[in-house]
Ligand binder design. Structure first.
Ligand SMILES: NC(=O)c1ccc[n+]([C@@H]2O[C@H](COP(=O)([O-])OP(=O)(O)OC[C@H]3O[C@@H](n4cnc5c(N)ncnc54)[C@H](O)[C@@H]3O)[C@@H](O)[C@H]2O)c1
Ligand SMILES: O=C(O)C(=O)C[C@]1(C(=O)O)C=C[C@@H](O)C=C1
Length: 366
């Protein structure tokens, strides 16, 4: 049976989801975005089949609605649903990084035709907008579902089926569990990354060479500070209470480390670093199934003669051995993506470094 899927917000996340949903048979994708340029690119590339200037009109045609806008706007759209007259049932989901206020709005809906299952694909980028969207963005990533009070298991299953092309792995959590865990592994680290950049900026006033010295370590730990500040302002305020309490814990923890240093407690300092290393080293890297595991990178290339040859040549010059290479996406005039697989993790990271040194954009599959 043909399904009509409305995706509101075709930026990094909504655009990437649309690229997957539109691959499915019997799905008609309606896209809405406030930016006309975004709509025009998505239509040209066949990522959406039609568009609308009116949310209510589009919702009336849809079987599923995906809200992929900034969180506070997603909440406004959810509230609007209450007063829209629908002739058929509508399954609504979102992609918001913080869930408490979204789920509160969804639980408050008393529309008999609307059910809501929250969603959060745990993959992204510091980049924004449709031009940063990629069909493989969610491959192997965790996709968290947070059903509202009125949703059934069947509705969560429908979403998993709709997003099956993403190859994400679905997990269901309560809103509270979700917001606590994402505060720890995403929102708070973002705040610390921004604070480290501020510290460097202040030191640069008296040490002008700081920016030249900022190498691998500083760049790795602060990459996310280059994200869209408007989006993260929203995330911080949606998860404000948890961030405040985590800041208190962090300052206590830093006080402890300060004591180690002031009291010259080298053993305890060593143990602090060792415990962190053990936990970090033990984080799951990737799934190893029956098929031999490869270590993949994704490289953005432009649609021009010799583009693939150039990438392979750079790796060959460094004697890096490639196990597999796949062209994921090349359409005339737009960027394509190469997936290159290696047998060893070291080769994967070395390739990233080599290609980035030649201005390629590289994503490592972890
Ligand atoms: N960036 C990430 O890494 C990431 C990861 C997972 C989830 N999320 C969540 O995804 C959502 C979107 O983030 P993003 O990174 O895709 O942002 P983005 O800026 O790339 O995309 C947002 C899109 O929404 C459109 N938009 C804004 N207001 C609108 C409105 N009123 N009506 C219609 N369209 C509107 C914008 O034009 C843009 O195309 C956020 O809720 C965020 O919490 C982000
Ligand atoms: O990789 C990045 O740049 C991200 O910030 C992605 C990231 C994360 O913190 O892991 C950011 C926000 C999302 O809600 C989910 C994923």
């Amino acid at each position: 049976m043909k399904q009509t899927v409305l995706i509101v917000g075709l930026g990094l996340i909504g655009g990437s989801l649309a690229m997957n949903v539109s691959k499915k048979e019997n799905v008609h994708v309606i896209g809405i975005d406030q930016d006309p340029e975004t709509i025009s690119m998505a239509r040209k590339q066949g990522v959406i089949h039609s568009t609308s200037h009116d949310f209510s009109d589009a919702v009336k045609q849809a079987d599923v609605c995906v809200l992929a806008t900034p969180i506070s706007i997603t909440i406004q759209y959810l509230k609007q649903l209450e007063s829209i007259e629908l002739s058929k049932s509508l399954l609504v989901t979102d992609v918001s990084s913080v869930k408490n206020n979204v789920l509160e709005a969804a639980n408050n809906l008393s529309h008999s035709k609307v059910s809501f299952v929250g969603g959060h694909p745990m993959a992204g980028s510091h980049k924004q907008g449709y031009t940063a969207a990629k069909p493989h963005l969610f491959e192997n990533a965790i996709y968290v579902l947070t059903p509202s009070l009125h949703a059934s298991v069947h509705e969560a299953e429908r979403l998993k089926d709709l997003f099956s092309e993403t190859e994400a792995r679905f997990l269901t959590f309560s809103t509270k569990e979700h917001d606590e865990m994402t505060a720890v592994i995403s929102h708070f680290p973002h705040l610390i990354a921004s604070s480290l950049v501020h510290q460097a900026k202040q030191w640069q006033e008296t040490h002008p060479y700081i920016e030249q010295l900022a190498a691998g370590g500083f760049k790795d730990i602060t990459r996310i500070a280059s994200s869209n500040p408007k989006l993260w302002q929203d995330i911080f305020f949606q998860n404000r209470n948890l961030l405040i309490s985590m800041l208190d814990d962090w300052m206590k923890e830093m006080g402890k480390v300060k004591d180690f240093l002031q009291n010259e407690e080298s053993e305890r300092t060593y143990k602090y670093l060792l415990d962190a290393k053990h936990y970090r080293d033990g984080l799951p890297v990737r799934d190893r199934g029956a098929i031999p595991a490869f270590y993949d990178i994704y490289v953005d290339i432009h649609d021009q003669p010799g583009a693939i040859y150039h990438v392979i040549g750079l790796l060959a010059d460094e004697e890096i051995s490639i196990k597999n290479i796949q062209i994921l996406e090349i359409r005339e005039g737009i960027t394509g993506v190469l997936r290159i697989s290696f047998a060893e993790s070291d080769e994967q990271w070395k390739s990233k470094k080599v290609l980035e040194a030649h201005q390629y954009e590289v994503m490592v599959q972890q």
